[in-house]
Ligand binder design. Structure first.
Ligand code: ADP
Ligand code: MG
Length: 676
């Protein structure tokens, strides 16, 4: 039962089922001071008037407790018979529970009650544990947990909870022992002990995670890779003759980093982060040319058919004058053409291929793949990456590109096993997107504005929220919105397309294509359009019910416009009344277009839980630590993990055996891998 409900199956698990708060039972109140203001109260006095009221299923036990200052009623709706037998009129009791008011009198239902005399010590801080409804019905309450852990601590000795952290780390970072930490977390005798305990256990959680990441990284860096020794004719010719603009400083720096990696003889595992529109594609293309210069093939893989196509078109165009063949391989490429491409990849005559997941199918064999670029990586698991690697005797270099700006603390946790490059500079001459917020009441004007933009020949996105919990409702409002838009935009005059997740993928693709090709003026959509689509002629992004979107999500959406020469607009439409918090979030969007700033704020406001689809990954499942608030601890643990592994990379030293064991017990390595 415990195992099913809370994943508790051993004493060890029980010890790690931490209280989420404490009842302060250090104070005794005078009964006259008890009122609704105090949620919980602890009082002591004499028990009188024990009696039953009501009949049958509605019967309850009532009693009165009084001290020198007043009286209060105690109530039991369940177990009345048993309580009646255990309580004695005229005896002294100490009572703790939740206060409610009824008819102007205060009462405590189902109090914790124990005999009391002047020598009885006051309980102190009492842990409060989470349980589930099912457990509660079986009588396993918060109180049962407290009793169980208390009993456990009476039985065990310090030696029963062995230390896992090495002594020098304990000393250096001023950490208390594991035994004390656990004891004080459950039963803190002072506030200070509680804090010390909490710090220690957070430290341990983060340290273990950092150790895992650091080990993964060690494995990566130990991996030998192809050595790209030359910067040759392809790269140089492109740079001199075909590059359509000057590279930004950030692009140059990143290319240099990539050249260093690929020239080192080790396999590159690099994450390239750059805000939407920062120009990652050209970096990918030039890295691929570097591979070609050294006699290798290169591929670029995108998460969707449309993105693969877009990459294919823009890369073909960039390389058109250089006589380098580029081909597109997706699930839709079949029959003769597919056979041809597979043949050219196998014999090495095709140097650059752009594609989707189709690139990692078993049937796709490269002659000598030197570089794999993965765009918008969070949709690819490491399992898939690993399959790419198996295609040759040595794995290709891997460049992972993402437009999701990741705050440093999170990056350390999520991508700690990858080297990170950042393009932190937009190409010059971009027009800032004008972001405004409007209330629903102003919808008419907003629509008129959108129409006037479309009349100028531009295209517009209108995006609706779609969140799983309220999916049906959201879906209905999307449909209603679509109907409304069709009325607003005379259907005979304007073309409207719609894409959403419930469409069959072929249909979705066709609708998207209509917009991409300029055949549709307005695209009504859910966030399925979020990633990477490039329609330079689109200049308006209208976000409906903006208060329901995450900041990073809105930022991604906004990045869909402002890609052409025209002034672009992002309009955040909100309900007529919005909460203080929503208002704050919307204001952040209006005040900055800096993706990193927005991501930091988003992380602080929402926590990492649902930010990057990491919820399922298990990677952020810390019981106590919070990667936003505990940034300093995270930094400490990262340092400590790196240092430890420098001295003992395989954790062979005797003082690291319990750590090693613990890491092996986590059994999570597979999950960890999945992230990158
Ligand atoms: P993202 O990082 O979002 O993938 P892209 O690579 O699609 O961005 O680049 C966005 C646009 O900026 C493209 O039209 C590209 O040609 C242009 N661009 C990229 N780098 C530069 C630069 N250094 N100077 C001017 N324009 C650039
Ligand atoms: Mg891109």
């Amino acid at each position: 039962m415990l195992r099913k409900e809370l994943e508790i199956s051993t004493y060890e698990d029980l010890l790690h089922h931490y209280p989420y708060r404490y009842f302060d039972r250090t104070q005794l109140m005078a009964i006259k001071d008890v009122n609704e203001q105090c949620e919980y109260a602890q009082v002591a006095g004499t028990l009188i008037n024990i009696g039953e009221e009501g009949v049958g299923r509605k019967s309850r036990l009532v009693a009165t407790l009084f001290d020198e200052t007043g009286r209060i009623e105690l109530l039991w709706f369940q177990g009345a018979q048993w309580m009646k037998k255990t309580l004695r009129e005229g005896d002294q009791y100490i009572v703790f529970g939740k206060v409610s008011a009824f008819n102007g009198n205060y009462n405590i239902a189902h109090p914790e009650i124990e005999p009391w005399n002047t020598e009885t010590s006051i309980p102190g801080k009492q842990p409060v544990y989470s349980t589930t409804e099912k457990l509660r019905l079986k009588g396993i309450t918060n109180r049962s947990f407290a009793k169980l852990t208390q009993y456990l601590f009476e039985k065990i000795k310090p030696g029963d909870i062995p230390e896992v952290l090495p002594v020098d780390i304990l000393r250096h970072y001023n950490l208390c022992s594991r035994y004390n930490a656990l004891r004080w977390l459950h039963f803190p005798d002072t506030d200070e002990h509680e804090q010390v305990a909490r710090f220690r256990m957070k430290w341990e959680e983060l340290f273990i995670s950092q150790l895992m990441i650091a080990r993964l990284r060690l494995q990566h860096t130990a991996q030998r890779g192809w050595k790209f020794e030359r910067v040759g004719e392809h790269f140089n010719e492109f740079f001199r003759l075909h590059l359509p603009f000057d590279l930004t400083g950030a692009q140059k720096r990143v290319l240099k980093e990539i050249r260093q990696d690929t020239g080192s003889g080790k396999q590159m595992n690099r994450l390239l982060q750059g805000d939407v529109g920062s120009g990652k594609t050209i970096v990918a293309v030039m890295s691929m040319l570097l591979a070609l210069d050294n006699g290798f093939q290169a591929c670029i893989m995108a998460p969707t058919e449309i993105l693969a196509q877009q990459h294919y078109f823009s890369i073909s165009e960039l390389l058109a004058d250089m006589g380098i063949g580029v081909r597109l391989l997706t699930g839709n490429v079949k029959g003769k053409v597919r056979k041809e491409i597979l043949g050219e990849l196998a014999d090495g005559s095709l140097k650059i291929v752009v594609g989707t997941h189709a690139l990692i199918e078993e049937s796709v064999q490269f002659k000598n793949l030197g570089l794999a670029v993965i765009d918008e990586q969070h949709r690819f698991g490491v399992g898939q990456r690993a399959r790419l690697w198996k295609k040759n005797e040595m794995p290709p270099h891997v460049l992972v590109m993402t437009a999701t700006p990741i705050p440093r603390t999170l990056a350390m946790t999520l991508y700690g096993d990858l080297e990170v490059s950042v393009i932190d500079e937009l190409p010059p001459g971009r027009k800032e997107i004008k972001t405004v917020t409007r209330k629903d009441a102003g919808r008419m004007k907003v629509m008129e504005f959108v129409r006037s933009e479309v009349d100028k020949g531009r295209q517009a996105y209108i995006v609706y929220p779609l969140i799983e919990e309220s999916e049906k409702l959201d879906y209905e409002s999307l449909m209603a919105g679509y109907e409304q838009v069709k009325i607003w935009f005379n259907e005979n005059k304007y073309k409207i397309a719609m894409v959403h997740g419930r469409q069959e993928s072929g249909e979705r693709e066709r609708n998207m294509q209509r917009f991409v090709k300029g055949e549709a003026d307005v695209l009504v959509a859910t966030t399925v359009i979020e990633v990477g689509v490039n329609v330079p002629n689109a200049s308006v992004m209208l976000i409906e019910s903006a208060e329901r979107f995450g900041l990073s999500q809105m930022h991604q959406l906004r990045g869909r416009v402002g890609r052409g020469a025209d002034q672009s607009y992002c309009i955040l439409l909100t309900g007529n009344k919005t909460s203080e918090e929503s208002y704050k979030r919307i204001q952040i969007m209006v005040s900055t277009t800096d993706g990193f700033k927005i991501a930091e704020q988003d992380l602080a406001l929402r926590g990492p839980g649902d930010m990057y689809g990491t919820k399922q990954s298990g990677i952020l499942k810390f019981k106590l630590a919070d990667i936003v608030l505990d940034g300093p601890i995270l930094e400490q643990t990262r340092q400590a993990a790196l240092q430890l592994l420098t001295h003992d990379p395989r954790l062979d030293q005797p003082q690291h055996q319990s750590l090693k064991y613990m890491l092996s017990q986590q059994g999570r390595e597979s999950h960890w891998g999945k992230i990158s």
